[in-house]
Design a protein. Structure first.
Length: 330
């Protein structure tokens, strides 16, 4: 059997703060194969973005400790030097960041920002890079790409800027694309266009994609597997079908219930998750979700559950009192 494209084992990222050590990622392990799509979901502060940045190797340089293993196409990202990572970025892995306005240089024309990837990573001449950049702008749905090539980021709409960020991320034909909240701040119509664009490029380029999002609706029809994170740890993972139809972790069910559904009558109130995410600096010994969980027992408050397998292959959850399955789900 071929090795997975991405193999993450016991990945831990700890930030040193004035209040104490903050374990933003607390021992995450998973694999992703070639041409697979994975969704990583959870509330803000659950560790999703830190996990993605740790895989990419772009965590802060100071007051940060990263341990464990991240094998990306047989390249070890944990402990890699800047030069080693520069040989990987763009071609093996690339990332779409949350805010295109802050990830684009405001004083450099967008065409030059795409050119940089093509010249430095693929060795193209300036003329070749310009031609390819215009092609990429056209491929991501930007009208009049020859004219847009010479504009500055502030001259484009939010949706157009996000398309430019995608063009930059795809310029080196990466084997793995990390899409961190790629539709943040965009209206619903543009969100669908951006997600459809990423899906189309994934199929065209035989690329693996990891979607990082708080919205389970984003990954419902676009991924093969889902990882649910809470408090810097994986609390449930499995096939997209199992996560939606055979939910075992109460937090996953709470996320599903908090998402709007087309089947609900108009003006139906959303079900908010009570309480607040945990303070990881002062984490308790038990399950991090216990203070917000209706099923919590004394064991939940004093012992942290580890991931354990469900009945379905590849489906696991971390819960002492998992949700029971109905007869139709079994």
């Amino acid at each position: 059997m071929n090795n997975p494209l991405l193999n993450v084992q016991d990945l831990r990222t700890v930030f040193k703060t004035a209040a104490g050590d903050l374990p933003a990622v607390g021992g995450v392990s998973f694999e992703l194969n070639e041409n697979e799509s994975l969704g990583i979901v959870g509330e803000s502060g659950s560790g999703k973005t830190v996990l993605a940045r740790s895989i990419m190797g772009i965590q802060p340089r100071v007051n940060t400790t990263v341990s464990g293993s991240v094998l990306l196409n047989d390249h070890q990202m944990v402990g890699a030097t800047d030069d080693e990572k520069r040989h990987i970025w763009g071609t093996d892995v690339s990332m779409i960041f949350q805010d295109p306005m802050t990830s684009l240089n405001p004083v450099i024309r967008i065409g030059k920002q795409i050119d940089e990837v093509l010249v430095h990573r693929l060795g193209m001449s300036k003329d070749e890079a310009k031609k390819r950049s215009i092609e990429l702008l056209s491929q991501v749905g930007i009208t009049s790409p020859e004219l847009r090539y010479s504009v500055y980021p502030h001259e484009l709409s939010g949706g157009m800027r996000q398309r430019v960020v995608i063009a930059i991320a795809l310029a080196g034909s990466p084997r793995l694309l990390l899409a961190d909240e790629p539709t943040t701040g965009l209206d619903v119509t543009i969100q669908a266009q951006i997600l459809n664009l990423i899906d189309a490029k994934r199929a065209e380029m035989n690329m693996s994609v990891i979607y990082i999002t708080h919205d389970l609706g984003v990954v419902a029809t676009r991924t093969q597997k889902i990882i649910v994170m809470y408090g810097g740890r994986i609390v449930e993972m499995g096939s997209t079908r199992d996560i939606f139809n055979r939910t075992r972790m109460p937090y996953t069910r709470a996320l599903l219930n908090s998402s709007p559904k087309i089947s609900n009558p108009s003006h139906t109130r959303l079900q908010a998750i009570p309480g607040r995410p945990p303070n990881l600096v002062k984490a308790s010994a038990g399950c991090a979700f216990a203070p917000r969980c209706a099923y919590a027992t004394d064991q939940c408050r004093t012992e942290r559950p580890e991931l354990r397998p469900s009945d379905e292959p590849g489906h696991s959850f971390a819960c002492w009192n998992p949700l029971s399955l109905t007869k139709s789900e079994k």
